[in-house]
Structures are given as C-alpha cells and as structure tokens.
Design a binder for this molecule. Structure first.
Ligand SMILES: *[C@@H]1O[C@H](CO)[C@@H](O)[C@H](O)[C@H]1NC(C)=O
Ligand SMILES: *[C@@H]1O[C@H](CO)[C@@H](O)[C@H](O)[C@H]1NC(C)=O
Ligand SMILES: *[C@@H]1O[C@H](CO)[C@@H](O)[C@H](O)[C@H]1NC(C)=O
Ligand SMILES: *[C@@H]1O[C@H](CO)[C@@H](O)[C@H](O)[C@H]1NC(C)=O
Ligand SMILES: *[C@@H]1O[C@H](CO)[C@@H](O)[C@H](O)[C@H]1NC(C)=O
Length: 220
C-alpha cells in the first residue's frame, strides 16, 4: 500500500511539473487526478511492490524519492536520484506486465488486451481507453526512440543523464507517463468520480496539460 502510494505520488509530481510549465492556464486545480479516475489500477499492487522492492530493499534511494515527493513545493526538475529511481521502477513495471518487451519497449497488443482485462477487472468502459492510450503512446515512443538513435547513434541512452544501467530506461517513464495522462484525460464518465473538482480537474488537464511527447525537446 505504501509502495503503491509512492509510485502514484511520483506520477502526480510529474503532472504537477507539467502544470507549472503550462502557459495559458492560470490556476491549477488542486486535486490528485488519480482520485478522480481509477487508472492507476492498471498497475497491480503486486507489480508495484515487486518493482519498488527490486530497486532496493528499504533503500536510501526510495526514501529520498519519498521525501522529495512530500516536500516538493517548488517547480524544480526531479533530482537525478529521483529520476533514476523513477526510471528503474517504471522499466520493471512495464517488463512485469509483459505488455512491452525488453528495452525497446515494443508493444505486444495481444498481451495488452489480455493483461488489461485482468488488471482492470473487466471494466468495459475503461479498458478501451487505456488500450488506445497504450497504442498511441507506444507508437509515439517508438518514433522518439528512433529520433534519438539518429541524433546520437554512438551513445546509448545517456541522453537524459541516466546511467548506463540496462535495467533503467527513461523511455519507460515517458511511456507510462503518456499512458496515464492520456487515460486520465479521456476518463470515461462512468468510472470518473463525479464531483465538481474532479470534473474541473479533467477539463483542466485536457485544456492545459500537453501530451507527453509534444513538449519535450521536439520543439524544433
Ligand atoms: C523498512 O522501513 C520501515 C520504515 O521505514 C521499517 O518499519 C521496516 O522495519 C524496514 N524494514 C526492513 C526490512 O528494514
Ligand atoms: C505476445 O503476448 C502473447 C500473449 O501473452 C504471447 O503468447 C506472445 O508470445 C507474445 N509475443 C511476443 C513477441 O512476445
Ligand atoms: C471484479 O468484478 C467483479 C464483478 O464485476 C466483482 O465481483 C469483483 O469484486 C471485482 N474484483 C475486484 C478485485 O475488484
Ligand atoms: C551500449 O554501449 C555499450 C558499449 O559502450 C555496448 O556494448 C552496448 O551494446 C550498447 N548497447 C546498446 C543497446 O546499444
Ligand atoms: C523481465 O521479465 C522477465 C520475465 O518476467 C524476467 O526474467 C527479467 O529478469 C525481467 N527483466 C527486468 C529487467 O526486470
């Protein structure tokens, strides 16, 4: 449970960073988006526990991310440790779901369908939303990875300041971030918490928070 909260916090921070970077939309709606739409259920507690445990038992890294999560009030970039931790957890999460394979994060659509049916417990409204998010995000990710390779064929993935640990790729974070964000923006009414603040939050995200692959160094 604690671990689950931790990964959710990490994702929430990412969204808040986007909010801060947002240009036109003046006032962020202050509610945890995951309390508005149960998309986090796509990653089971077992997987989160396994992956947060894998990254180090009761580690110093984990606590540094955790304390960052609770103290972040300024719009600074994630600390290298936090970003790295984040990458390692997310790489593990994707691998554990079986939805993508290896470090090239190619989507297995058969597995995706199978997995979401179980993870989202047959939620017929939410499943297609998440499924489409995965497909769209995955194809955007593949493009992004190819661009990176073209621009720097000799360095493998050190672009984002990550270490060369083959078990931790920032691309895993980009992909999950994209999937969560898209799914939240398209949250079906039937599963969305129907409160004013949640309605505002979802609208705010649609209007003000750019899609994951739109605003990152693709501006040229
Ligand atoms: C892990 O940390 C928690 C609290 O931070 C502590 O209660 C627990 O005993 C620790 N477990 C191990 C195996 O060190
Ligand atoms: C894709 O997933 C299906 C179902 O889990 C599995 O049978 C198949 O081997 C996977 N394909 C690849 C290329 O991993
Ligand atoms: C899954 O859905 C079924 C019926 O739709 C329900 O009885 C069951 O409690 C649900 N399980 C979980 C873990 O939510
Ligand atoms: C990364 O670089 C190392 C040597 O610097 C090389 O052995 C390895 O194959 C490269 N990995 C990829 C995925 O290109
Ligand atoms: C990915 O999953 C496979 C099988 O589930 C496992 O053997 C492998 O160690 C995992 N790799 C990573 C990097 O977690």
């Amino acid at each position: 449970m604690v671990n689950e909260l931790r990964i959710i916090k990490i994702l929430t921070i990412i969204m808040q960073i986007y909010v801060v970077a947002g240009i036109d939309c003046k006032t962020p709606v202050k509610v945890d988006p995951f309390s508005c739409c149960p998309v986090q259920e796509m990653i089971s507690k077992e997987i989160v526990d396994k992956c947060t445990g894998n990254s180090k038992k009761n580690s110093t890294m984990a606590t540094s991310v955790d304390s960052k999560a609770s103290t972040t009030s300024t719009p600074t970039d994630p600390k290298p440790n936090g970003a790295l931790m984040h990458s390692c957890i997310n790489t593990c999460v994707l691998n554990e779901t079986g939805v993508t394979t290896g470090m090239d994060f190619k989507l297995n659509e058969t597995r995706l369908t199978e997995y979401l049916k179980l993870a989202l417990n047959g939620s017929t409204d939410l499943i297609p939303v998440v499924e489409n998010s995965f497909k769209t995000c995955s194809s955007e990710l593949q493009k992004k990875m190819q661009d990176k390779m073209k621009n720097s064929p000799s360095t493998n993935m050190s672009q984002d300041g990550m270490m060369h640990n083959t078990n931790c790729s920032p691309f895993a974070s980009h992909l999950l971030e994209c999937v969560f964000l898209k799914s939240l923006k398209n949250c079906p009414k039937s599963v969305q918490t129907n409160t004013n603040i949640c309605n505002e939050k979802i609208d705010y995200m649609k209007e003000c928070i750019p899609d994951t692959f739109d605003n990152k160094e693709n501006s040229s």
